[in-house]
Design a protein around this ligand. Structure first.
Ligand code: WQD
Length: 320
């Protein structure tokens, strides 16, 4: 059996990746410090090692005998990365370098890396493809780009193979209900909407209504986490078959406005949300959509969830 170590495998996207790997017959070990990952999201069929990616010895030990790594252990709050860059340098950069170096030390040659649309910065054209200039406008995005560049160099210098997956806006939960631990403390739109819908938060603030979009609110490319997870399995298969190393966008190509998300949520939950329209949030582009043609071509990846209501239903299911 092919052995895969999933760093960050107890987290939101990580737990979905673990499920997809198990379903496809991989032997999975999860390496997670449970800082934001949740014990409830661990699968009994996967081995669990509680560890930090900053602990090189422990990480290197966990790496022994693995065939591939999926690395999703990172801090991901854009605002926090601007206020506390040292935390992001430590976790995302030093932590990721530890992973790459532990791989080299233990002869593990394949990695799928959780990257982000944040590597592009402000869109210069749409949809964004992988040829788009890489000019991150926040430190979080910079850390992701920096690790991509390290991987590019390691691949040039060593028997080392990578796939960087640049996620657009990850949303939704496993439709089969296997993952019960919702993400806590996320500052992203859908978790905040769920907080407002359940009363954990008083209201939802919509950032900006004067964008040049069909209803004045920002457009994003919301991609279901199960579709993201599938791409990781395909990327591992691609690398193990000797496929080339690269960076790929993962999105649906479809744009949805904040108001459309609110309307779809209200339909799914059967009640009105308390919404306040406030000013723009700095650094928000009006529209962000992906071209995932390259992922389709290289991996045969095609997202299955294209209906935003269905996506929201999988999220709302966790609140029941
Ligand atoms: C979505 C839309 C907000 C909260 C970020 C990162 C990106 C990637 C995904 C990880 C925007 C609006 C939000 C709220 C709102 N992360 N919004 N009220 O900013 O598109 O992307 O997460 O890799 O790199 O930048 O996601 O969920 O914060 O916002 O109106 O309370 O919802 O303005 O238009 P974003 P988001």
């Amino acid at each position: 059996m092919v052995k895969v170590l999933v760093a960050g495998g107890a987290g939101y996207i990580g737990s979905h990746v673990v499920k997809a790997l198990l379903k496809n017959g991989y032997e999975v070990s999860v390496y997670d410090n449970l800082s934001t990952g949740r014990e409830i999201n661990l699968f009994s069929q996967a081995k669990f090692i509680k560890g930090d990616i900053l602990d090189f010895e422990k990480l290197s030990d966990a790496m022994k005998g693995q065939d591939a790594v999926v690395h999703l252990a990172a801090k991901k709050a854009v605002g926090e990365s601007m206020e506390n860059p040292a935390l992001y340098a430590q976790n995302n950069m030093i932590g990721s370098l530890n992973i790459l170096n532990a791989m080299l030390k233990n002869n593990v040659r394949h990695i799928v890396f959780s990257s982000s649309a944040a590597v592009y910065g402000m869109p210069e054209y749409l949809p964004i493809d992988e040829k788009h200039p890489l000019k991150p406008i926040n430190f979080y995005g910079y850390t992701k780009l920096d690790i991509e560049r390290y991987m590019e160099w390691y691949a040039k210098l060593k028997d080392f193979h990578y796939m960087a997956l640049r996620y657009f806006n990850a949303v939704g939960y496993d439709a089969e209900g296997s993952i019960r631990g919702r993400e806590i403390g996320s500052q992203n739109l859908l978790p905040i909407i769920m907080d407002a819908a359940t009363g954990r938060r008083e209201k939802l603030c919509v950032f900006g209504t004067d964008y040049d979009t069909r209803d004045g609110t920002c457009v994003r490319d919301y991609i279901h986490v199960t579709d993201l997870a599938k791409a990781h399995v395909l990327a591992i298969e691609h690398l193990l078959k000797g496929g080339v190393s690269d960076s790929l966008n993962l999105g649906t190509g479809q744009g949805t406005t904040v108001k459309e998300i609110i309307a779809a949520t209200e339909k799914v939950i059967g009640k009105k949300l308390k919404v306040e329209y406030v000013g723009r949030r700095s650094g928000d582009p009006a529209v962000l959509t992906a071209s995932s043609a390259k992922a389709k071509e290289m991996l045969g990846w095609v997202p299955k969830y294209t209906n935003i209501e269905e996506i929201i239903r999988t999220t709302w299911a966790l609140e029941q």
